[in-house]
Design a protein around this ligand. Structure first.
Ligand code: AP5
Ligand code: MG
Length: 239
């Protein structure tokens, strides 16, 4: 393999994606990818395409926690109060959840983390479990976040994410849509506070790490429309 400019790879090593775009073959190794960004940045919305492009299953700690709350497990009972208040669930709970998830067969080739890690302590623990080769940061200003969060609707049958204005659901689906309990204006402000205080410092931590390792960190402007952001990410994956 001929490389140029750090870990960039020459065109010969690229593989064709289903969409026709190209992706560097080093993303098909057993390393994991971190999808990073504030609440409502579009992590869940973009994860599907990235998962298809890289072959890595999406692992969303938010989805796992909501499933545990729904099932009424001990972990769900412990996590619920934090989630409803827009606070981060303690690191010990999250690390336990991820450690167990990474033992499953489909995680052996690396995964696409969505909403994890969210603290430096989580990132340090993660580095003991799996190598991270790519961090995709979706940047969206706070002023856009509230409208995205308050207007979000979910299809409980398919898990598809919609928005009343930016991605309306088809009419045959709209009657069964639900709204997340933490998608209120008050709670989103607490979630944004938690993001700035506890999660945002992790972006600098990863940028620093990328200076000394093969880790690649890419920053994507997430303030455009959904398709526009998808295109930016697809372009970056092809570099
Ligand atoms: P989690 O479920 O991860 O929530 P989050 O990080 O707050 O992120 P969201 O899921 O709200 O946003 P998203 O970026 O996925 O946006 P989406 O694509 O849906 O976590 C929930 C809670 O669990 C946390 O608050 C915490 O308590 C706990 N938790 C989870 N992980 C944890 C961890 N690691 N450590 C500790 N605690 C943890 O898009 C949002 C809306 O915008 C949608 O309606 C969508 O249609 C729309 N949209 C998306 N992109 C665009 C666009 N480009 N233009 C216009 N609209 C758009
Ligand atoms: Mg999400």
């Amino acid at each position: 393999m001929v490389t140029s400019g750090g870990n960039r790879i020459v065109r010969d090593d690229y593989q064709c994606l289903p969409s026709g775009a190209f992706m560097s073959s080093d993303l098909r190794t057993s390393t994991s990818i971190v999808l990073f960004g504030p609440p409502g940045a579009g992590k869940g919305t973009q994860a599907g395409n990235i998962s298809v492009a890289t072959g890595k299953p999406q692992v969303s700690t938010g989805d796992m926690l909501r499933a545990a709350v729904k099932e009424g497990t001990q972990l769900g009972i412990e996590a619920k109060g934090y989630m409803d208040a827009g606070l981060l669930v303690p690191d010990s709970i999250i690390i336990g959840l991820i450690s167990e998830r990474m033992l499953q067969d489909d995680a052996s080739g690396g995964v696409l983390f969505d909403g994890f890690p969210r603290t430096i302590a989580q990132a340090e623990e993660l580095s003991k479990i799996t190598d991270v080769s790519l961090v995709i940061m979706i940047e969206v200003p706070d002023e856009d976040i509230v409208e995205r969060i308050v207007g979000r609707r979910m299809d409980p049958q398919t898990g598809e994410i919609y928005h009343v204005k930016f991605k309306p659901a088809p009419s045959d689906v709209s009657s069964r849509l639900i709204q997340r309990k933490d998608d209120t204006e008050d709670t989103v402000r607490s979630r944004l506070d938690a993001y700035h205080l506890q999660t945002k410092p992790l972006s600098e931590w990863y940028i620093e790490a990328s200076k000394e390792t093969q880790l690649r960190v890419i920053s994507v402007d997430g303030s455009g429309g959904i398709d526009q952001v998808s295109e930016l990410i697809e372009k970056e994956l092809g570099r």
